[in-house]
Write a protein that binds this ligand. Structure first.
Ligand code: NDP
Ligand code: 8X3
Length: 257
């Protein structure tokens, strides 16, 4: 039976969607979990549920990945026995708006770049050195099909996910002689709070994104993460791209009338 007993997994953005589903699946495999997000009450409730259900050890910690000092002090304040992190899931991310770039909102651009690129870098900069020192570990970045093919008005979000792809490839080269795995899990359309966040709470518009097709579930993506995380020591899964059956790429989607 596959187990991750004795491994510590840090997940960013565990309060919702893919991050939350990853937390559930890692808990099922008996990993110790560090759950982070800005909405602390949500990760506290999730931690409590998972502890009850799987009898695992979990720390939940409020963390905004955009703030480097916060990331640093979060790590420094972990109890010593929790500082050895084996698997880092860089999941926290978001899209804001869907506009032509020449009409885009500067605050939307800043938020996406600060979260999806700089946040991923900040967390990795703080967490990975202990992996380098121990010559073992696994970084799993959540990218997107948007990082493979732009779509209309995706501009800045698309650019952040192209950046995630570039960073995954670069990280892999930089840690090549350090025994650390680097994986990018790149989903197409997944029904989470993603579209609600993108359209700032406009539920009607968010729902339309998935009209006429069956999107991926967050659990489908978490399955891919778990697959990558449970391969033998000598195997690195570089990249997993998964889409709904009705989606061929960013721009080719089949919707039933
Ligand atoms: P959700 O909106 O459901 O979840 C996003 C998570 O990111 C939340 O837990 C949120 O937590 C967290 N987050 C956002 N900003 C920050 C921040 N500044 N600091 C810390 N955490 C933050 O969306 P998804 O689950 O869909 O998104 C997860 C990842 O998957 C993202 O990187 C997204 O780009 C990617 N993705 C999503 C796809 C989709 O179709 N849904 C497809 C491909 C990739 P909180 O607000 O509590 O801080
Ligand atoms: C999320 C997928 O296509 O909605 O990364 O941008 S998409």
């Amino acid at each position: 039976m596959v187990t991750l007993e004795g491994k510590t997994v840090l997940i960013t953005g565990a309060s919702s969607g893919i991050g939350k589903a990853c937390a559930e699946k890692f808990a099922e495999l008996n990993a110790k979990l560090i759950l982070t997000a800005r909405r602390k009450e949500r990760i506290d409730i999730l931690a409590e549920e998972l502890i009850q259900k799987y009898k695992v050890e979990i720390i939940s910690s409020k963390l905004d990945v955009r703030n480097f000092n916060e990331v640093k002090s979060f790590y420094e304040s972990l109890p010593d026995e929790w500082k050895t992190i084996d698997i880092l899931v860089n999941n926290a991310g978001l899209a804001r708006g869907l506009d032509k770039f020449y009409e885009g909102k500067i605050e939307d651009w800043d938020e996406m770049i600060d979260t999806n690129i700089k946040g991923l870098l900040y967390v990795s900069r703080v967490i990975v050195p202990q992996m380098v020192e121990r010559q073992t570990g696994h970084i799993i970045n959540i990218g997107s099909t948007a990082g493979h093919e732009p779509y209309p008005m995706g501009n800045v979000y698309v650019a952040t996910k192209f950046a995630v792809k570039a960073l995954s490839q670069s990280f892999r080269i930089d840690v090549l002689e350090k025994g650390i795995k680097v994986t990018s899990v790149d989903p197409g359309m997944v029904e989470t709070e993603f579209s609600k966040v993108r359209f700032r709470g406009d539920d009607e518009r968010a729902k339309k994104v998935y009209d006429g097709l069956q999107p991926l579930t967050p659990q489908d993506v978490a399955d891919a993460v778990i697959y990558a995380a449970t391969r033998p020591k000598h195997v690195n899964i570089n990249q997993i791209i998964l889409t709904p059956l009705a989606q061929a790429s960013s721009n080719f989607v089949h919707r039933k009338k």
